[in-house]
Design a protein around this ligand. Structure first.
Ligand SMILES: CC(=O)N[C@H]1[C@@H](OP(=O)(O)OP(=O)(O)OC[C@H]2O[C@@H](n3ccc(=O)[nH]c3=O)[C@H](O)[C@@H]2O)O[C@H](CO)[C@@H](O)[C@@H]1O
Ligand SMILES: C=C(OP(=O)(O)O)C(=O)O
Length: 421
């Protein structure tokens, strides 16, 4: 059992180093398995639990993987991939496992998915993925727990996503990259992480156009090769550190090449947080009281659902009533009950939440129900009076690397503890 213990009240000051993006590196590890020869090198890899699970899963299917932790570099040799099975005990521990399917289909003609994990956020369907594979010529056998996808070669087709699914877009691009002929994916995701994956696949030899437009065209090629690629910075990690500066009345310089917080920056600015881009460094500070805010989550370039929970904490500390409308997931308000235990006043009604601030927060024992509610509780604890203990810290470690050490370096009183139960 991992838990975080935080004593609130310290303003965070200094330079925060933003990690590589979880939601870019996971599909990249899946993409590396598409190369039958050579070694793929991924740089700026975040040392998070999801990456550890992805390494275990790559090894389980026969890849050779080296993680050079201090260099944040992964080396992947996929030449010996030989097992089509994504075993339940690893695959059910993270969402990224679903991103291994296209490589197994291309390399071995089948993928046996014994489960897919990820944050518990309500329904998380995979129908767009499987319908897409079927349209490309695969046979998909959806059992109660195990899904078996088979194909003796895929053929390009026109595909349509009902909503622009992030991993759905990545999976269908990877499936189409080695299919015969042309595939068009309509209503594709626009997230920067998807574009970073397209960059990597393009270096590997894939022919992909239209990234970022919603209409992606993929001309199938015969083979992809191993490449070196640097993972983009994590927008979500950066957003959290910006919010940590905001709620503690602190001042941080965020370092991470090409950081762009987009709408998250504009919303925090509306609340009174000041940002200044200084070349490659994003400076963030907050002195006065925070103003309330309205948030509607959406696919990119809308407000990222993954920052909705951390923003709920910021709203609880703002003077006045904030409104949050969650439009991506139907079960992403588990944080409200935990924040209320700390003294917040959050009322949930279906997909909407009303946050009445500012109520003083007091430290207590709380539980992370998923990765982002976990990091939102860390934020609340930084601003709370007294000590907060956050259980199920593994969920936080799924997405944030060396969190306690990075926050301590900025003045926070936070420790990561491991206990037997
Ligand atoms: C590893 C990774 O990249 N995870 C991210 C990815 O998850 P993930 O790729 O799973 O999220 P999707 O974009 O696919 O899902 C968004 C919504 O679409 C629905 N849907 C999706 C696919 C499908 O086949 N059918 C369907 O109905 C889901 O139930 C959900 O309500 O994007 C989410 C939305 O930005 C982020 O919160 C996650 O951090
Ligand atoms: C929902 C998330 O992740 P995953 O899709 O990996 O569960 C997240 O990162 O907030």
């Amino acid at each position: 059992m991992v838990r975080y213990r935080v004593r609130g009240g310290n303003a965070l000051r200094g330079t925060a180093f933003i990690q590589g993006a979880k939601n870019a590196v996971l599909p990249m590890i899946g993409a590396a398995l598409l190369a039958p020869k050579g070694r793929t090198v991924l740089r700026n890899v975040p040392i998070i639990e999801d990456v550890c699970r992805a390494i275990e899963l790559a090894e389980a299917v026969g890849a050779y993987v080296e993680l050079h932790e201090s260099e944040r570099t992964l080396v992947i040799d996929a030449s010996r991939v030989s097992s089509p099975v994504l075993p339940a005990e690893i695959a059910r521990r993270f969402r990224g496992s679903v991103l291994f399917t296209p490589a197994l289909l291309h390399r071995l003609g089948e993928a046996i998915v014994e489960g897919v994990g990820g944050c518990n956020l309500g329904s998380r369907n995979l129908d767009f993925h499987y319908l897409g594979y079927k349209r490309l010529g695969a046979i998909v056998d959806e059992g109660e727990t195990v899904i078996h996808v088979k194909a003796s070669g895929l053929t390009g087709a026109t595909l349509y996503l009902d909503t622009p699914s992030h991993t759905g877009t990545e999976n269908l691009i990877m499936a189409a990259a080695l299919a015969k002929g042309t595939t068009v994916i309509e209503n594709a995701a626009l997230e920067p992480e998807v574009l970073d994956v397209i960059d990597m696949l393009t270096k590997m030899g894939a022919r992909i156009s239209g990234g970022g437009t919603g209409f992606i065209t993929v001309e199938g090629v015969d083979e992809l090769h191993a490449v070196e690629h640097t993972v983009m910075p994590d927008r979500l990690d950066a957003g959290v550190f910006a919010m940590a500066a905001a709620i503690t009345g602190g001042e941080l310089s965020l370092v991470g090449t090409g950081l762009d917080l987009g709408v998250v920056r504009y919303k925090l600015e509306q609340m009174g947080v000041e940002f200044q881009s200084q070349g490659a460094v994003l400076h963030v500070r907050c002195e006065g009281p925070l103003r309330p805010i309205n948030i509607i989550t959406d696919t990119y370039p809308g407000f990222a659902t993954d920052l909705q929970s951390p923003m709920m904490t910021v709203a609880a500390l703002a003077d006045g009533t904030s409104y949050i409308h969650e439009r991506i997931f139907d079960g992403r308000f588990a944080l409200a009950g935990e924040l209320n235990k700390m003294g917040a006043n959050v009322e949930v009604d279906g997909s909407r939440a009303i946050v009445r601030g500012c109520t003083p927060l007091t430290g207590t024992e709380v539980t992370a129900h998923d990765l982002r509610s976990g990091i939102a509780l860390v934020l609340a604890a930084l601003a709370a009076e007294g000590e907060t203990v956050i259980d199920s810290g593994y969920l936080i470690d799924r997405g944030h690397a060396h969190l306690a050490a990075r926050m301590r370096a900025l003045g926070a009183d936070i420790t990561r503890e491991i206990s037997e139960h």
